[in-house]
Design a protein around this ligand. Structure first.
Ligand code: UDP
Ligand code: MN
Length: 542
């Protein structure tokens, strides 16, 4: 190359880099910054927000290929992955998604993945009604550097059946599912595929970063939380427990074994997806499929991990923008019943007793899914609780489940606020589950899905605190003959009392054998009998 040409190239490179860098700093939302909407546009912005339940005006202002910060742990940036990785199809299902979020998802995949690892991108349109998602979308994706296939569902089917359709059409060795409002960051794909190459039956999730629904600001998700769920079968993030930190010898760049996944973003070996039973096609619209898949993977011999070196952003919304044909509650309850009936064995009681209305919901035929569980020789839910999720909100062993009724007042213990540090109240027993459901566990805690009965001193008010499993203030001994609930550390008895603010509550007082200290634990004896049937003698060293 002669000198002039060399200089020319250098100048061009310089101009290009300056352009990229200046764009990085100046355009709306560049480097993942928040977008500010001027005062004059605020009314319009609020109107537009309703369409997708996120700030559409902000999203539309941001470049479809905006820059993002590199939020990875330092140790992740220097990791080297094998050259020979399996390739992946990326399946994105959508119903009435906004143009800018959908296309920004697609661009982030194309621009931040090595192309030899991308088999194709499959967009599954779940019967959207918006015009721009028809021909305009089809024409637009023709010009992209990676093959993009669009599949249309004939009728609204929900994300589960839409993903099944996308998976069936895919050709890659791995299937990567993404929501339609994601942004993949630098180096997101390689660690996911490398982990699957290492271990074919491992289903992997990236860390899900937060894209603000208000201003599209990009914030790193935490590598210190993992997936769990509560008695209502709501997916929840919980801190990664010490045992999992220890297993990884403190190396936060190693994958975290997670009891459940959030559901929208994960990669799975394509053949394994089929072997393990894909999805439950009997589930409608949205909800429950993430726990169903999580339980199934663990119980049937696979594993589920969060690969902490992979970061993908997702727009988290506070409300759903679309309709649920049949009603939101009905659809979610139906899906959750299918999940509980097939996978949770007797532990489905926790779900049914806290939400008694659910048992009226028709969940259709689950015989095919039960047959799958048989054929795959999957382990019981108690195994999952013991080995995969010992810090679960659902205790593996327990004495009672249901209301706790006082003999004198005939009222029930009530976890009023379902908040940390809230006093435990006494209210008329309503038999509707919810805040009046408690479980007396083998660890001798009296707990709800999130909190444990806790008291620090004699005559002090009994409150609900995060269960810490350190015994101490959370240890109780029920005597089924005298019906007393002894607080072991203070040697006081659980008592109905007027609290200092005049409300009816509970304290621990010197035991006096009186009826204000006598309690009936619902299902107490019944579950004693069930335990004798289900658990081995070892379990009786309580
Ligand atoms: N989705 C779909 N059909 C539906 C409901 C949802 O295709 O009936 C798509 C939706 O467009 C999104 C993904 O499924 O890409 C997950 O839905 P959503 O983002 O509403 O769930 P969230 O992330 O809030 O849990
Ligand atoms: Mn989503």
């Amino acid at each position: 190359m002669n000198n002039t040409l060399q200089l020319c190239v250098q100048v061009l490179v310089h101009v290009y880099l300056t352009a990229v860098i200046s764009r990085n700093q100046e355009g709306p939302g560049e480097m993942g910054k928040a977008v500010r909407i001027p005062k004059d546009d605020q009314e319009k912005m609020k109107e537009l927000f309703k369409i997708n339940q996120f700030n559409l005006m902000a999203s539309d202002l941001i470049a479809l290929n905006r820059s993002l910060p590199d939020v990875r742990l330092e140790g992740c940036k220097t990791k080297v992955y094998p050259d020979e990785l399996p390739n992946t199809s990326v399946v994105i299902v959508f119903h009435n998604e906004a143009w800018s979020t959908l296309l920004r998802t697609v661009y982030s995949v194309i621009n931040r993945s090595p192309h030899y690892l991308l088999s194709e991108i499959i967009l599954v349109d779940d019967a959207s009604e918006r015009d721009f998602l028809k021909m305009a979308l089809e024409n637009y994706v023709k010009n992209l550097e990676v093959p993009v296939k669009i599949i249309r569902m004939e009728q609204r089917s929900g994300l589960i059946r839409a993903r099944l359709r996308g998976a069936a059409a895919s050709k890659g060795q791995v299937i990567t599912f993404l929501d339609a409002h994601c942004e993949c960051t630098l180096g997101w794909l390689e660690p996911l595929l490398a982990r699957i190459k290492e271990s074919r039956k491992t289903v992997v999730c990236p860390i899900i970063d937060l894209i603000s629904d208000d201003n599209f600001e990009y914030t790193a998700g935490s590598d210190m939380t993992y997936g769990g769920f509560n008695w209502k079968l709501n997916f929840r993030w919980y801190p990664v427990p010490q045992r999992e930190m220890d297993r990884r010898k403190g190396d936060r760049t190693l994958p975290v074994r997670t009891p459940t996944m959030a559901g929208g973003l994960f990669s799975i070996d394509r053949n394994y997806f089929e072997e393990i039973g894909a999805y439950d096609a009997g589930m409608d619209i949205w909800g429950g499929e993430n726990l169903e898949m999580s339980f199934r993977i663990w119980q049937c011999g696979g594993s589920l991990e969060i690969v902490t070196c992979s970061h993908v952003g997702h727009v988290f919304r506070k409300a759903t923008p679309y309709t649920f044909p049949g009603g939101t509650g009905h659809v979610i309850n139906k899906n959750n019943r299918r999940l509980a009936e097939v996978w949770m064995d007797e532990f489905k009681d926790f779900f049914y007793i806290i939400s008694p209305g659910v048992v009226k919901v028709d969940y259709g035929d689950v015989s095919v899914r039960k047959a799958l569980r048989e054929n795959l020789k999957c382990k019981p839910f108690s195994w999952y609780l013991e080995n995969i999720y010992p810090d679960s909100q659902i205790p593996r062993r327990y004495y009672s489940l249901g209301e706790i009724r006082n003999v004198e007042t005939n009222q029930c213990l009530d976890n009023m606020g379902r908040k940390d540090n809230e006093k435990v109240g006494m209210f008329n027993c309503h038999g509707m589950g919810g805040n009046q459901v408690f479980s007396y566990t083998a660890e001798k805690e009296i707990r709800t899905d999130d909190f444990c009965l806790d008291v620090s001193r004699l005559s002090g008010p009994v409150i609900m605190l995060k269960c810490h499993h350190m015994r101490g203030n959370q240890l109780w001994e029920y005597d089924a003959e005298t019906h007393t609930i002894l607080h072991i550390i203070t040697q006081g008895c659980l008592t109905v009392s007027k609290l200092y603010d005049g409300s009816q509550g509970t304290t621990v007082e010197m035991c006096n054998g009186g009826p204000l200290q006598m309690w009936m634990l619902r299902n107490y004896t019944l579950l004693e009998v069930i335990r004798k049937v289900f658990y081995s003698p070892l379990d009786y060293k309580l």
